[in-house]
Design a binder for this molecule. Structure first.
Ligand code: ADP
Ligand code: ADP
Length: 232
């Protein structure tokens, strides 16, 4: 389980103090797909970056399976982070590396040998439907294919959690549907907990069980997707 306990994140700029995340408490259950929706600037990205400690909270704690992420440093933090994959709106691929080499990158960093890396990459390429494109460069791929590479790379370390930050926002509607189907398949086959940030309600309706609505750092609504979208 992922649990936020009264978490706040305040940014200080020269002009402003910004309560990006403002006293948020939240539980995300194992193996569910949890949606976080809200307008641009609501604090969604900051909230999700608090999960893998890319941001440290100003106050409060973020627990993953009873481990307080905010207390971790060094090796313990790196080990925890290997359990958490992340995908992005603009894919964040390395443009000078092929599909296969992008996917193998986290395995290289982990110190796996070539045979081990190849075997794992083959599995992932199969899973995300990129067979035949292994030697292509990102610039030769469609948006949907680039995100499939991003997903495969995020899964390389067999994470328990996948963080998706506007993962379909740069894609056209048909490609968005395909990528959402892939995320659903991965959730069902691998039982990975997914946290999905989006400004698009239909994304949440399609794949999430539970959701939170954020506005200016606060959670203004939270519950089962079916309840929140049920009209009285
Ligand atoms: P969202 O993902 O919902 O668009 P963000 O979490 O990116 O929202 O941002 C929430 C608020 O925090 C915004 O007002 C944004 O400008 C501000 N913010 C985000 N990151 C920083 C930062 N590193 N320094 C200062 N302000 C930031
Ligand atoms: P996207 O192209 O998916 O919208 P971004 O514009 O955020 O992604 O690009 C991320 C980084 O990759 C930027 O530094 C951009 O210049 C670079 N980049 C994007 N597309 C290509 C490409 N086809 N070839 C080389 N570099 C690229």
């Amino acid at each position: 389980m992922i649990e936020f306990k009264d978490v706040s994140k305040i940014y200080h700029t020269r002009q402003n103090t910004i309560n990006a995340v403002d006293h948020v408490s939240l539980k995300i259950q194992d193996s569910e797909i949890f949606g976080i929706v809200g307008y641009s600037g609501a604090g969604k990205s900051t909230l999700v970056r608090l999960i893998n400690n890319l941001e440290r909270p100003t106050s409060g704690s973020v627990y993953i399976d009873d481990v307080d992420m905010t207390t971790l440093n060094g090796k313990a933090l790196r080990t925890m982070r290997q359990n958490i994959g992340m995908i992005f709106q603009h894919f964040n691929l390395l443009w000078s590396r092929t599909v296969r080499d992008n996917i193998e990158l986290p395995l290289e960093l982990k110190g796996l040998n070539k045979a081990q890396r190849q075997q794992k990459a083959d599995e992932l390429i199969d899973l995300v439907g990129l067979k035949g494109r292994e030697t292509a460069y990102p610039s030769e791929l469609s948006g949907g294919q680039k995100q499939r590479v991003g997903i495969a790379r995020a899964l390389a370390n067999d994470p328990k959690i996948l963080l998706c930050d506007e993962a379909t926002s740069a894609l056209d509607p048909a490609t968005t549907e395909e990528v959402l189907e892939l995320l659903l398949k991965i959730n069902q086959q691998l039982h990975i907990t997914m946290v999905v940030i989006t400004h698009e309600m239909h994304v949440v309706r399609k794949i999430c069980q539970n959701m939170a609505v954020m506005d200016t750092g606060k959670i203004v609504e939270q519950g089962a997707v079916l309840d929140i979208f049920r009209h009285p």
